[in-house]
Write a protein that binds this ligand. Structure first.
Ligand SMILES: [Zn+2]
Length: 322
């Protein structure tokens, strides 16, 4: 497969080209609408991404989007290098990186919330989708002894680190997990991952056969209403959720919402966190009235784009100084 994204040279600020032949217009994953309003035509890396608002339901999303093949290639080979400012030095996780980025603290806060809500108990089977270096599963194991912990992480360096760090099993994909015939899963954690997925509704729906009765799914995403800087718009995030659109998405996928709230994690964007379970009345979920289009977050995105020139000049100056 042709390289869609050009890996940046070492020690240089990330700069890669987006192959426009690998972009496709997609319908809104929530309402299937195909009419959008342009909110921004620039992004963190000045790659020319277009961020739109769905005129049907209000969801904020990147459109056009990279094809599924282009995204697979991106995450398998380029993501950790391109986002090196946010990851460990040389792309190899270390305990020092986990501490300095406060990843351990953020994961502890989430695990404590789940324990307090009786959604994380000893002996459970816990799956972390997009587990990175395994910090969340480490926090789970520290608080709930005897849990069977399973990581899904496409990057093998991070996956192998997670096995040692969290004492977990590791699979590169949901397909690999299914092929391993796992036990029924009691708790799924999807922490700052849903916004990366091209088909978030289908991924949530596909989890249902893997779940134990009464299983819970914890989801955390950036909160589009709290966007203040252009850096929030970038190639890895295909969707930008408000509490409205997040609730719409999980309901659309056939889940009941138990909790949805704003949250300010340490050294991370302002977020939304939510806990859901498989809907007990699927017909009612399917027939529920459409969520009103409040255009939530649209003005926050346009405000970020309005000052793009300043962000790009700063990035250019950093590149010159490097
Ligand atoms: Zn829509």
């Amino acid at each position: 497969m042709a390289d869609t994204f050009t890996r940046p040279p070492p020690k240089q600020p990330a700069s890669w080209s987006l192959d426009r032949s690998c972009l496709e217009q997609v319908p809104c994953p929530l309402c299937r609408g195909d009419r959008f309003e342009r909110l921004a035509t620039t992004d963190r890396y000045n790659m020319g991404l277009i961020t739109v608002g769905c005129l049907g339901c209000g969801l904020v999303m990147t459109n056009p989007q990279p094809t599924a093949e282009a995204l697979d290639d991106f995450y398998a080979h380029h993501y950790r290098h391109f986002y090196s400012d946010f990851g460990p030095r040389d792309g190899i996780p270390t305990e020092e990186h986990i501490r300095s980025r406060r990843i351990d603290r953020r994961c502890a806060v989430t695990a404590d919330l789940l324990v307090a809500r009786d959604e994380l108990l000893p002996g459970m089977v816990v799956l972390d989708i997009g587990a990175a270096e395994g910090s969340m599963l480490k926090a789970v194991g520290d608080r709930a002894p005897g849990t069977r912990r399973i990581a899904i992480e496409p990057n093998p360096v991070f996956g192998r680190f997670a096995m040692a760090h969290a004492g977990c099993e590791w699979h590169a994909s949901l397909a690999d997990l299914r092929a391993s015939l796992p036990p029924p899963i009691d708790l799924v954690i999807i922490n700052h991952v849903l916004e990366h997925l091209k088909h978030p509704v289908q991924v949530l729906e596909s989890l249902k056969p893997l779940l134990a009765p009464n299983a819970r799914v914890y989801i955390e995403v950036p909160d589009v209403l709290e966007y203040r800087k252009l850096k929030m718009l970038h190639i890895a995030h295909l969707y930008h959720f408000s509490s409205d659109s997040l609730a719409h998405l999980v309901t659309n996928a056939g889940f009941d919402v138990h909790l949805i709230e704003k949250y300010a994690p340490a050294k991370h964007p302002h977020s939304l966190r939510c806990v859901v379970s498989v809907a007990t009345d699927v017909a009612a979920t399917r027939d529920s009235p459409a969520v009103p289009n409040r255009r939530a977050g649209w003005s926050a995105v346009t405000a970020c784009a309005r000052h793009a020139w300043f962000a790009h000049v700063k990035r250019w100056l950093r590149n010159v100084a490097a």
